[in-house]
Design a binder for this molecule. Structure first.
Ligand SMILES: Cc1cc2nc3c(=O)[nH]c(=O)nc-3n(C[C@H](O)[C@H](O)[C@H](O)COP(=O)(O)O)c2cc1C
Length: 175
């Protein structure tokens, strides 16, 4: 049973427990690494051709505009194939109540039918938002497992929780 851990994460200034902090590594990237450590598999980072602003408030505006416009930002690369994978962990920050539009671009690129999709989302309090519903629409024919929401500023203290959830999701996790 091969695992793919695909994620989007943004370095740079982010809102962190009520203040702005410059992050060398994004919260979701760290969570993705914990999952790989716990269950093994390949990591794939979704990267946009045009980088988002490092400045937090500028990025907030960019992301909101993209969502309003239903944008599909171009991506630098895709995995060659997803055929060999059974479990697909899909990680992202909550941006304006759902996944960043880059994840929409990514998910629309492949046929996910027959796959098990395991979502995880870091956020500053909004939880998974509508991302699981959006995933179900984008990944027709896939089984969407119960997602994990982690407070972004708590990821570094949540390795055990993330690892336990990842292992359980692979075994069962079907809604
Ligand atoms: C553009 C943008 C929009 C965001 N919107 C939300 C939101 O609607 N709800 C929320 O709880 N957090 C929101 N956040 C906070 C992020 O979800 C949170 O900091 C996350 O852990 C960042 O993950 P990353 O470091 O992997 O990019 C937003 C952050 C950004 C940059």
């Amino acid at each position: 049973m091969a695992n793919l851990i695909v994620y989007f994460s943004r370095k740079g200034e982010n809102y962190w427990n009520g203040t702005i902090k410059d992050l060398a590594k994004g919260n979701t990237a760290l969570a993705a690494e914990y999952i790989q450590k716990a269950v093994g598999g390949d990591l794939f980072e979704v990267q946009t051709v045009k980088e988002y602003a490092k400045d937090y408030y500028a990025c907030i505006d960019e992301a909101q505009r993209e969502q309003r416009e239903g944008a599909r930002p171009a991506l630098k690369a895709y995995p060659g194939s997803i055929e060999g994978y059974d479990n697909i962990f899909v990680g992202y920050p909550n941006w304006w109540g759902t996944m960043p539009m880059a994840m929409f671009t990514f998910l629309e690129h492949f046929d996910w039918s027959g796959k098990k999709i395991v979502p995880f989302c870091t956020n500053e309090g909004s939880g998974m938002g509508s991302s699981e519903r959006d995933l179900a629409k984008l990944c027709k024919g896939a089984t969407i497992c119960r997602g994990l929401s982690v407070h972004g500023a708590q990821v570094a203290q949540s390795e055990q929780k993330i690892a336990d959830w990842a292992r359980t999701s692979i075994k069962e996790g079907i809604r």
